[in-house]
Design a protein around this ligand. Structure first.
Ligand SMILES: [Mg+2]
Length: 262
């Protein structure tokens, strides 16, 4: 992986003056990670920057998150961009939405499992549980370190029958266990689906977590895949940025790039 700022020339020679499709993750990419998901927020300067970028004719912008789409929209609050929640299952670009095709029985099964989980989670102080309709999240950032192993074991054992029956998959994120439906749909699929609807743009995907890897793999052959965090040899991304401040800086560069000679 290459530090993006050490290869700025290369990056912008690939972008040229052709339209770009910016795909941005939210938590850990635009918004600094917070003690709980509720406390995370979009810093004012990134909010303004995204608004400016969204107004540029050469830039299309989508925010793709594991959050529920309505929660994501509230957190960002900008019009004229595409929102996708639940790791791509929800999308407000209607033709690209996939969640609407899901059998309601599968969602019922997920919410039943969520109820079972919630009861058992009450034994762990600090845990934040979210039922997001299409997926569940168990955040354990505020759970005492000594109890985290037990917590994860409990989650795994409650969900084991569903995982064995290929109904759910568990995915480890940053201080969170994500419970998703076992289906061939993820952040990479929604990115691909949106790219196909707007051909001719260079895709740029920026994200910081495991679930972003699917999207890096999709975007990289045609555009730029950018990981946020310390150099990570296991990532499929070609470039990395260290933190949300560097993401902001890169977005400013893109904004300037398309404002020149206008
Ligand atoms: Mg993230």
């Amino acid at each position: 992986m290459k530090h993006l700022f050490s290869h700025l020339k290369e990056v912008f020679s690939r972008i040229e003056k052709k339209p770009v499709f910016l795909f941005l993750d939210f938590d850990g990419t635009l918004a600094p990670l917070a003690p709980t998901p509720q406390e995370a927020f979009l810093p004012a300067n990134i909010y303004n920057l995204i608004k400016r970028l969204a107004a540029l004719p050469m830039v299309r912008l989508a925010i793709i998150s594991g959050r529920e789409m309505n929660d994501l929209k509230r957190k960002v609050g900008i019009e004229g961009i595409i929102y996708s929640g639940n790791h791509g299952l929800e999308c407000d670009y209607p033709e690209a939405a996939f969640g609407t095709k899901i059998d309601p029985l599968m969602l019922k099964r997920l919410s039943d499992a969520g109820r079972k989980l919630r009861q058992k989670l009450s034994a762990f102080p600090g845990v934040v549980f979210e039922d997001k309709t299409y997926s569940l999240s168990v955040h354990y950032r505020n759970v005492p370190v000594a109890q985290r192993g037990m917590l994860k074991q409990m989650v795994e054992s409650v969900l084991e029958p569903y995982v064995k029956a290929r109904q759910f998959v568990l995915e480890q994120g940053k201080m969170v266990v994500e419970v998703r439906l076992d289906m061939d749909w993820h952040k990479g699929k929604i990115a691909r689906s949106l790219m196909d609807r707007f051909p001719g743009s260079t895709p740029i995907y920026i994200g910081d977590d495991r679930t972003d890897e699917d999207a890096f793999a999709v975007v990289r052959p045609q555009g730029l895949a950018v990981f946020v965090g310390d150099h990570n040899k296991d990532s499929q991304a070609e470039y990395f940025l260290n933190d949300t401040l560097e993401v902001q800086k890169f977005l400013e560069f893109i904004d300037n790039h398309f404002r020149q000679d206008r």
